[in-house]
Design a protein around this ligand. Structure first.
Ligand SMILES: C[S@@+](CC[C@H](N)C(=O)[O-])C[C@H]1O[C@@H](n2cnc3c(N)ncnc32)[C@H](O)[C@@H]1O
Length: 317
């Protein structure tokens, strides 16, 4: 198994996390462990890295890559939505830094054999976690036309969601849709030719992204994860989130703004009754994007967007 992934915006991630020797940091999306290794170099001596990934292959790969420092690393095959439980199980009460670099690794797309790429004759799986129950094939072959159309429109922002859903439902009545390539061909046939020719991306790109997001509940868990993760930080601790999708980035931006707010009393109130204190200070007023030289070397970094925040000390009133 060839595990390949080029980590994005490593310089920017490290500077926003501001890791120091002795720090306790969680990398919630190990992937190829590129960020994990860079973080570890900053927090040693004395620091500890907690590494999480819901893909067992990524955790196995990280164990190899980080083997030399295995006494300073704890790895978990889990969903990052379980970060608070993972920490309490190992007796850690608060962290100095948390990283989530969302989405897929290159390994998952190119070599996992799980149908993430529409070019391959691979089973329609798309689970990052092989133990999860629902596959992309289950959704494509069992969900109603309305639900499929909703998924493609909401998660893929696909203009032809209804037509594509109709085509899928008609095709599967004759024979179940088994492979990524079969689905890609159906989608291609459903998108009007003139529109397909105008697109810079393959006509199936958005549908595949939408299915992947649905299978892995990627948008559903993100907001709650941010709230829980900030709770796991020490005052002064930092959270850094790299996203690759405008819907994800919107969730991060909105939640950070919400947590940065002080009083939320209605404008007409003469005095504050909510007594709310800001929980974080946002460090990235504008979203941070990769530098041109990085995009040149690694075109997959093009859509990366980084946002970071620092946890504030609770102010007693
Ligand atoms: C873009 S890659 C991370 C790359 C990594 N930062 C590196 O340096 O190589 C994203 C990884 O996050 C994992 N992942 C995505 N959502 C997750 C979740 N909710 N819980 C745990 N892992 C997740 C994926 O399985 C994938 O391995």
């Amino acid at each position: 198994m060839q595990f390949r992934h080029t980590p994005v915006m490593v310089r920017e991630v490290l500077s926003h996390l501001d890791c120091k020797p002795g720090d306790l940091v969680a990398d919630c999306t190990l992937g190829g462990a590129g960020h994990a290794r860079a973080i570890l170099e900053c927090i040693l001596p004395g620091g500890m890295l907690i590494g999480i990934d819901q893909d067992r292959d990524a955790v196995g790969h990280a164990a190899d890559v980080l083997a030399a420092e295995s006494d300073r690393v704890r790895l978990f095959h889990d969903n990052f939505e379980n970060l608070p439980t993972i920490l309490s199980d190992i007796g850690i009460t608060a962290l100095d830094g948390i990283l989530a670099d969302l989405g897929l690794s290159q390994y998952q797309i190119e070599a996992s054999g799980r149908g993430f790429s529409f070019r391959e004759h691979e089973p329609l799986d798309m689970r990052m976690n092989a133990d999860a129950e629902v596959t992309a094939g289950d959704i494509v072959n069992a969900e109603s036309e309305d639900r499929l159309s909703f998924i493609f429109r909401k998660y893929g922002e696909e203009r032809w969601a209804g037509r594509i859903a109709r085509r899928i439902v008609a095709a599967r009545a004759a024979k179940a849709i088994r492979t990524a390539r079969e689905l890609a061909d159906l989608v291609e046939a459903a998108v009007p030719r003139r529109d397909a020719a105008k697109r810079k991306i393959h006509p199936a790109t958005k549908v595949f992204m939408a299915l992947r997001i649905a299978v892995n509940r990627e948008l559903e868990i993100l907001d709650d994860f941010i709230i829980a993760a900030v709770n796991c930080l020490k005052p002064g601790g930092r959270i850094c989130i790299v996203s690759f999708h405008s819907l994800e980035d919107r969730i991060v931006k909105t939640r950070f703004r919400e947590m940065e707010k002080a009083c939320v009393c209605p404008p007409g109130f003469p005095v504050c009754v909510c007594r709310r204190q800001p929980e974080i200070r946002v460090l990235t007023r504008k979203v941070v994007r990769p530098a041109e030289d990085e995009i040149h070397v690694n075109p997959m970094a093009r859509s990366a967007r980084l946002r970071a925040a620092e946890k504030l000390s609770a102010v007693s009133t």
